[in-house]
Structure formats: structure tokens, C-alpha cells
Design a protein around this ligand. Structure first.
Ligand SMILES: [Fe+2]
Length: 272
């Protein structure tokens, strides 16, 4: 057996194999493919590695985008997904790291279990440095997959949740003295998860999850009245529910929270 399972694709090829990262993930193939073509999450969910993205083209085939890494270097990346062969390749076409190719294969282990095998190929790396660089890539991918698993498992939970129809006669509920609560305060009410926000203008209630892909908004960055979703950076006005720049998305704001004799209550808007 040769020690290197991968050899260059062509005689004289300069794209060397640096190493492999392999991992079993508790997610379905469907969630994995969805994550793969989701270019938007790179600078948000993966802000540990990326700081900006400008997409040139995207579709079910994959995407091509200029990406800025966390050190400020720009690269034109292209990801091509082959669902039939259960693999995708990410190539650096231009900029920092041009010529690098990352090949990922997926093996389905069960309905909620897959194994990914990721091979790193980078041209022009001296033999003596390859292993070390391969280990660096593996560490980066370990972090990326930790972050992705969090999102994919969250998506799975949200997609499998059954939210009951909204009942008009649901009674207001006493939450307690606001000093004893941490905000945003998450509460299950009328069969749905809600967040109660304490803003300068008072208490406001929204759905607990982002209407885009279901991220928990409790972890959002809040500035004034606006929350930024941690998965894809969509911003929501916590008072109106609107998403600036995206008229198709709104976070539900059907309920209210109010103070009565020093206690916080949640219920329908008073005008209902
Ligand atoms: Fe990802």
C-alpha cells in the first residue's frame, strides 16, 4: 500500500494532496447539500473564517463568489455540487490561494447520519510542508463543520416541529417581575416559541426564530430596534418585524408584552 492514497490527477500535475479530514455528522444528506449551496452563511455562521462575500452566480449547481477571509485576503471561490455522485469540489479560481481544490465526498450512514471525507489539494507546496499545512486545513474544517452541524441540527428541529393553529382566545400569561428575567426572554406561548425584547421603547415580542432558515434569534446582535440573525446576517426590525431590503421576509410580531403592577405579561395585542 502506498502511504499516499491520493496521487496527482495527471502526470506532472502540481496540485498536491496535503491531507484528509474525515468526520461523521448527525445530519441528513438533504441538510448537508442545502448547507453546501448556501453561500450566504459564510461570513455569518463562519465568521471565524470569513468576513465578507460577494456572490457572482449561484444555483442548484453551486456558487461562485469573492470571499474575504478573516485576515482580509480575497479569493474567488467556486463550489460545484454533484448530488448524484454525492460530492462537491471547491476551487480557488483567483486571488489568495489560487489553484487550491477541496474535494468532499459523502457517504450516507443512516437517515440522520452521514460521513464526509474531505481532501485538500494545494499546488506548489514543498513536500516537507504538506503534512503541516494539511493539518492546518483539517483544523479549519473542524471548526467549519462544528458551526455547520449547529445550523443543520437547528434546521432539522425547526423543520420537524409542529406548530398548532393559532387560537384567538388564548389568555394573557403572567411572566413575573422584569427584574427577575433575562432579555431577550424566551417563552413558549400559544404553542409557539417567542422572544420578549427589552428595548429603549419598551417591551416587544417576536417569533423566536428567524423566518429565513429558522435560526434562534436569541443569539442575534441587537442595535437599537434591529436584530441581525447569526446564521445569514438578515436584519429584522423588532417592532415592525420587517427585514430591510427583503420585502418577502418578516418576523412575526403578533403578540405583545406589557407591564401591569410591576409584572410583565404576554398576550395578544390589546387591540385584538
Ligand atoms: Fe457552512
Amino acid at each position: 500500500m502506498p502511504d499516499r492514497l491520493f496521487v496527482p490527477a495527471h502526470e506532472g500535475s502540481r496540485v498536491d494532496h496535503l491531507g484528509t479530514y474525515q468526520r461523521v455528522l448527525p445530519v441528513s444528506l438533504e441538510r448537508m447539500f442545502e448547507n453546501t449551496i448556501d453561500w450566504e452563511h459564510l461570513p455569518w455562521l463562519h465568521r471565524s473564517s470569513f468576513s465578507a462575500i460577494a456572490c457572482e452566480d449561484a444555483g442548484p449547481w453551486g456558487w461562485r463568489a469573492w470571499v474575504k477571509n478573516s485576515h482580509g485576503a480575497d479569493s474567488l471561490l467556486e463550489l460545484r455540487l454533484d448530488t448524484r455522485q454525492r460530492r462537491w469540489v471547491t476551487r480557488t479560481l483567483e486571488g489568495a490561494g489560487a489553484g487550491a481544490e477541496i474535494w468532499t465526498y459523502v457517504v450516507e450512514r443512516g437517515p440522520q447520519s452521514i460521513e464526509v471525507v474531505i481532501d485538500f489539494f494545494v499546488p506548489g507546496i514543498p513536500e516537507a510542508s504538506r503534512q503541516k499545512l494539511g493539518q492546518t486545513y483539517a483544523r479549519i474544517y473542524e471548526t467549519l463543520y462544528d458551526e455547520d452541524v449547529m445550523m443543520m441540527e437547528g434546521r432539522h428541529r425547526v423543520l420537524n416541529e409542529r406548530i398548532p393553529p393559532l387560537e384567538k382566545d388564548v389568555r394573557p400569561r403572567l411572566l413575573g417581575a422584569p427584574e427577575t428575567l433575562r432579555f431577550p426572554h424566551r417563552v413558549g406561548y400559544a404553542g409557539r416559541p417567542l422572544l420578549i425584547w427589552k428595548l429603549k421603547s419598551g417591551f416587544h415580542v417576536t417569533a423566536a426564530r428567524c423566518p429565513h432558515q429558522g435560526a434562534e434569534l436569541a443569539g442575534a446582535d441587537v442595535e437599537g430596534h434591529e436584530a441581525t440573525c447569526p446564521w445569514h446576517g438578515y436584519r429584522f426590525d423588532l417592532v415592525s418585524g420587517e427585514c430591510p431590503g427583503n420585502s418577502t421576509l418578516t418576523v412575526a410580531t403578533a403578540f405583545s408584552a406589557w407591564l401591569e403592577s410591576g409584572n410583565l405579561w404576554v398576550g395578544w395585542h390589546k387591540d385584538h
